[in-house]
Design a protein around this ligand. Sequence first.
Ligand SMILES: Nc1ncnc2c1ncn2[C@@H]1O[C@H](COP(=O)(O)OP(=O)(O)OP(=O)(O)O)[C@@H](O)[C@H]1O
Ligand SMILES: [Mg+2]
Length: 319
Amino acid sequence: MIITVTLNAAIDKSLSVPSFRLGRRHRTVDQTTMAGGKGVNVARTLKTLGQPVIATGFAGGPTGTRIVEQLTAESILNDFVRIREESRTNTAVYDPTNGQQTEINERGPAVSSTELELFRDKLLYLARGADIVAFAGSLPRGVDTDIYAGLIRDLRSSDVMTIVDTDGDPLRHAVRAEPDVISPNILEAEELVGHEFNDEEDRVIAVREMLALGSREAIMTVPDGCVACVLVDAVPTLFRVMIEPREAVAPVGAGDAFLAGYVAARYEGRAPSECLRFGVACGAESTSRLGAGLVDPREIDKLMGDVEVRELAEPAEVP
Ligand SMILES: Nc1ncnc2c1ncn2[C@@H]1O[C@H](COP(=O)(O)OP(=O)(O)OP(=O)(O)O)[C@@H](O)[C@H]1O
Ligand SMILES: [Mg+2]
């Protein structure tokens, strides 16, 4: 079983509004509403890929009820802690006449210490039957930025693999708790290691630095694939995985699809390089679909041959 953790789950509302202008009244020509938040998107992709997954996190108020109902309607198993404050709704306005998208993300609920404790108990309970726990996304208000770090430490005794996709302080703390894998994008990775990357060599050194910070394995997603340092027979091994960038219909959520694909392949016990290849194919496929976490498994299979996986020689020592 795979568990995805979404502490700041949301209802993602997408409105299509032709000739959208500030200060005017509009009618939508199309609209969709989906449960969202990064971990929820990862769970959706995992479900589509046929993997056993339970989505957990916080859900509050009528919006929280809607999140749970939407997941249940999609047959995505879920077990959220119900909280007093209302979960967020994120609204995206898409203008089909010029392709521009405007997003308004709500601030999100505050979570109390009692609710946090309930969540911790639930996660430890769920983890007893799990192989992988994926933490993804931002934090709600009132939660310390070291929460992922604490949960990773709590899970250490339960023999599950932990993987983290977040940014800023939550990522900085999490990496010190020695998770199995982190999967930042370039900007998140630059912030984590504390400097910008100017070339390919910098990126390779950066994934080594992420291991030095505490993660057992590190994957940095880049628009044309990923750079990774993962264990092959317990030996840290560098890979550069590449795919020709496609004209994206919807690039948002590619990282979530990557993570889901990578986790699915790990769960199936595929070779490390093949896990990376599958993740990149999933990320690429997701860019052709509006709606986070949506992928077509047949299209992913077709893309697998377009992904090039290269093992790299050791770079210079980490400075
Ligand atoms: N236009 C594209 N064509 C092909 N593959 C893409 C494209 N955009 C992203 N990908 C793939 O998706 C994966 C994740 O991409 P990226 O680093 O952009 O994620 P991200 O910034 O975390 O996205 P998000 O946080 O919105 O989910 C990468 O492995 C990349 O190869
Ligand atoms: Mg991301």
